[in-house]
Ligand binder design. Structure first.
Ligand SMILES: [Zn+2]
Length: 223
């Protein structure tokens, strides 16, 4: 039976970086994939112009088409300042959307990321996905986002993957989606470069005997 999948990401590009191949795989298998972007992703940066926001939205739409995402929703909460909001202000809009979308599977950020928005989105998503009677959610996974997950303080909630999705057949789609976000990518040898993203997918794949994979931490699975 086809599944409903929800990705709860802080910023437009986190979905492609963290689980772009997995999204494309779900879509190819007939699952419906919805993405919620919690922060707007542009407003905190110096010299931000409305044109930057438009460009980002254009990139998001391109990536949506490449990966086969059914819907994207922007909550438009303040970028890189989610820690200035009461957690409830992040949880409540998520709860409302989760109630409407009724996902079976949720992907979100790792709780030990350097980026404060990622940490808060993780906390808010886990709160909004708490296993109340009647909840549709059966699986929650946390993904890694380069230049955040691997840059956190040593020893603080390390990312220890224990769930892998073989994306050998989706790696090129993931790379295309990342190219759509070229403004967010950096040149090699930066951690968030196209070259490193391909290396990472190969590394995660080789760890489990496949050509390419995305790695996750299992947050909760109910069978
Ligand atoms: Zn992010």
């Amino acid at each position: 039976m086809n599944k409903t999948v929800l990705v709860v990401a802080a910023h437009a590009d986190d979905e492609a970086l963290g689980c772009g191949g997995t999204i494309a795989k779900h879509a190819a298998e007939g699952d419906q994939v919805h993405v919620i972007f919690v922060a707007d992703g542009v407003t905190s940066r110096n010299g931000t112009e409305p044109a930057d926001l438009l460009q980002r939205q254009h990139a998001t739409e391109n990536a949506r088409c490449i990966l086969g995402i059914s819907s994207v929703t922007f909550l438009n909460l303040p970028d890189n300042r989610l820690d200035g909001l009461p957690l409830l202000d992040v949880v409540q809009p998520l709860e409302a959307l989760i109630g409407k979308l009724a996902p079976d599977i949720v992907y979100t950020h790792h709780y030990g990321d350097l980026n404060v928005d990622h940490r808060i989105v993780h906390q808010a998503a886990m709160t909004a996905c708490r296993p109340m009677p009647g909840s549709t959610i059966r699986e929650i996974f946390a993904f890694e986002v380069m230049s955040s997950t691997e840059w956190a303080s040593p020893g603080l909630a390390p990312f220890l993957p224990n769930f892998f999705v073989d994306i050998s057949a989706q790696l090129e789609s993931k790379m295309q989606a990342l190219e759509a976000y070229m403004l967010e990518m950096r040149t090699s040898p930066h951690s968030r470069s196209l070259e490193h993203m391909r290396c990472l997918a190969e590394h995660r794949g080789f760890c489990v005997g496949s050509a390419a994979a995305e790695a996750f931490m299992v947050m909760r699975v109910l069978r």
